[in-house]
Ligand binder design. Sequence first.
Ligand code: SF4
Length: 270
Amino acid sequence: MKHALTPERSKLLLEWDVRDYQITLDGTEEEHDAHRPLKDGGSTFSTILANLITLQEQDTYFSVALRVNADKDNSSRLRPLFDILAHQFGSDERFKMRFRPIGKWGGPNDEALTTFCGLDEEHSTLVQLHAESRVAGMHVESLAEDLRPSQVCYAARPYSFIIGSDGKLMKCTVVLDTLESNVVGKLDVSGRLDLNESRFVSWVKPHYAGDSTCQKCFFLPSCQGASCPLPRFVDERPCPPAKTHIQRTLRDIHTLEQDPERLIKRWPAV
Ligand code: SF4
């Protein structure tokens, strides 16, 4: 629905104080439209870009994360997209790049995806994309965001719900209603929340309180043991990569600030 952020709607949303947006562009026009066609096969890139430009004309505060989903296939072809975006939004701090790895989340297309081989390849490629877009002239969400206090997943927050089209209340946007415990209640037609308290609590309880390893961990103020509550359902601890690879994280934050060109030179040959 990103192409539906029409000038009329964005004006209304800003009036209602809705100011944080995430808009996905997965490449230049040809690549994005091939990855994200409309149901009838139609394109979306040019409409999304036009809507973003209209939003930019609003003389008020908002923030747009320009999200790019990357995998082994598209990551080396994204530079032209950064140039297009930098030309339009490079001097506007309200627009920042955000990079996320494409993952296999279930479904018939999973086998066709060329996802990264492990966390190391994923991290180094995303850091290089970060560096490339900076050098192109875009503002980019800092890797330091991953170290700030409260890297707690929205699913672990008590006021965050997904509302399904049938009124189902859910927490995790990955498993949706494929996991029974993720359906934590229902929103009835009068707008009343009918919560299943025990399921709800299993997402929002302070997970670190029953985990002695978390209680001793230097990363606790950031992660609170709940960077992703989903592994807790199978008794696993969700340590985020920013913690498990803290040295690399700190080194890359420093290099991206001081000398992003250095990271670009490490692009593998294609
Ligand atoms: S990083 Fe791992 S051990 Fe540390 S608080 Fe988070 S989940 Fe617990």
